[in-house]
Ligand binder design. Structure first.
Ligand code: NDP
Ligand code: MG
Length: 391
């Protein structure tokens, strides 16, 4: 029986890599739902090629375009955030969660509620609502498999191991586009410069988040949520070559490292085929040719986002949702040229401080509504802070 798969965020970087793997073995899969947002041509092309049951754009006003692009194919079409969430409730065995941002949370929860295995690339889900995601998975006997490369690496290093024997988890960071820039030059950095990654090909937002280390800050929180380790057991190591993705340190002194090429198809394929390991067409590393790998500690002055991640974990509750929302707005502000690169972290810190001081939102029970409310309040606050700075 072919496996029923759905891909949320099919038109993005992770979505396209997922489709690349699925299209190599078409007989193994039945494609239920594919979703996108603005890229209607790509969504329609892939829905046709994979013979999807339904194609959905998150944008209501693009429904007519999608319908026209798929007319005569028999493929259902729909539009809007609600339709995306509904599509996640359609029975599927394996669901890729690769929408970018907070918008990925509700569809991921819907997929878990129907008992699907959720391949989780959308790190915002765990940052904003880790306990809700894990609790929903448990309640519905569903499984979450990590797709973020560092977390896939940790997951693989932990296979067959006892969590009680784990002393520390180390995730690596390339350092992004500005790793070696003089700190005083960062205020003049442009979004175009920030969106160029030394090793990974990724979407624009996560690439800029790599340069600011907000991506790594999110991943530290993701590590805590997913593996249940204490904040002080999580370390970040700058590793410019991006070949060692993570390491797990055990109480007998052993460090298990996961080494592989900077190609997301490995982590996606691992989650797709788990618990098997099947052939994946990624580059095979020639360590003799590479010669050496380097590591250094991260610098909190250059990358204040890492310090903020520690603050968020100490606050607990819905601080992750506030952090993520403020970060998304700060990133929008930087991309729009309203604030500078270093100001992104300042905006996030100010928003966290203000909302924490006011109380209420961070301590609220973790429900989807309360997470949405914390997200909303943090965005309002962030926009106000950005307006003030942009003058
Ligand atoms: P992209 O920006 O390349 O793709 C994002 C996808 O989400 C696209 O399909 C886009 O549609 C869709 N989308 C955008 N906004 C909305 C919305 N409001 N509602 C529904 N769908 C929307 O991102 P990536 O593929 O790089 O990243 C996806 C997720 O995976 C992110 O959470 C990221 O942090 C995470 N991740 C990515 C990695 C990578 O290597 N790229 C590595 C690890 C994690 P459209 O393009 O049609 O507008
Ligand atoms: Mg990652």
């Amino acid at each position: 029986m072919p496996r029923r798969v759905s891909i949320f965020g099919a038109t993005g970087s992770i979505g396209q890599n997922t489709i690349d793997l699925i299209a190599r073995a078409p007989g193994d899969y039945t494609v239920v739902a594919l979703t996108g947002a603005t890229n209607i041509d790509r969504l329609a092309r892939d829905a046709r090629a994979l013979n999807a049951q339904i194609a959905i754009t998150a944008h209501d006003d693009l429904l007519a375009d999608l319908r026209a692009a798929l007319s005569g194919t028999g493929i259902e079409v729909a539009a809007g955030a609600r339709a995306v969430e509904e599509a996640a409730s359609r029975p599927a065995d394996w669901v890729m969660s690769a929408i970018v941002g907070h918008a990925g949370l509700a569809p991921g929860l819907a997929a878990l509620r129907q008992g699907a295995t959720l391949a989780l690339a959308n790190k915002e889900s765990l940052v904003c609502a880790g306990a809700l995601m894990l609790g929903t998975a448990r309640a519905h006997n569903a499984r979450i498999l990590p797709v973020d490369s560092e977390h896939s690496a940790v997951f693989q290093a932990l296979t067959g191991e006892d969590m009680a024997a784990v002393e520390r988890v180390i995730i690596t960071a390339s350092g992004g586009a500005f790793r070696d820039w003089p700190i005083e030059d960062l205020a003049a950095a442009t979004p175009g410069q920030a969106a160029t990654h030394p090793n990974w090909e990724m979407g624009q937002r996560i690439t800029i988040d790599s340069a600011s280390m907000f991506n790594k800050a999110m991943e530290v929180i993701e590590t805590r949520e997913f593996f249940g380790v204490d904040p002080d057991q999580i370390e970040v190591l700058v590793h410019p070559e991006s070949m060692v993705h993570a390491l797990v340190g055990f109480r007998d002194g052993a460090l298990m490292a996961h080494v592989g090429p900077a190609d997301m198809r490995h982590a996606i394929g691992y989650a797709l085929h788990w618990p098997e390991r099947r052939h994946i067409p990624v580059e095979r590393l020639d360590l003799a040719a590479i010669g050496s790998l380097s590591f250094r500690p991260p610098d909190d002055t250059r990358w204040p986002a890492l310090r903020l991640a520690r603050d968020v974990m100490a606050m607990g509750g819905l601080a992750g949702a506030v952090f993520n929302a403020a970060k998304e707005c700060a990133l929008d502000g930087f991309i729009a040229g309203r604030i500078t690169f270093p100001e992104m972290a300042q905006v996030v810190e100010t928003v966290l401080d203000r909302i924490a001081t006011r109380g209420g939102h961070i301590d609220a029970t973790m429900t989807l509504d309360n997470v949405a409310q914390a997200d909303h309040v943090a965005r309002q606050e962030a926009r106000a802070v950005i307006e003030k700075r942009a003058g």
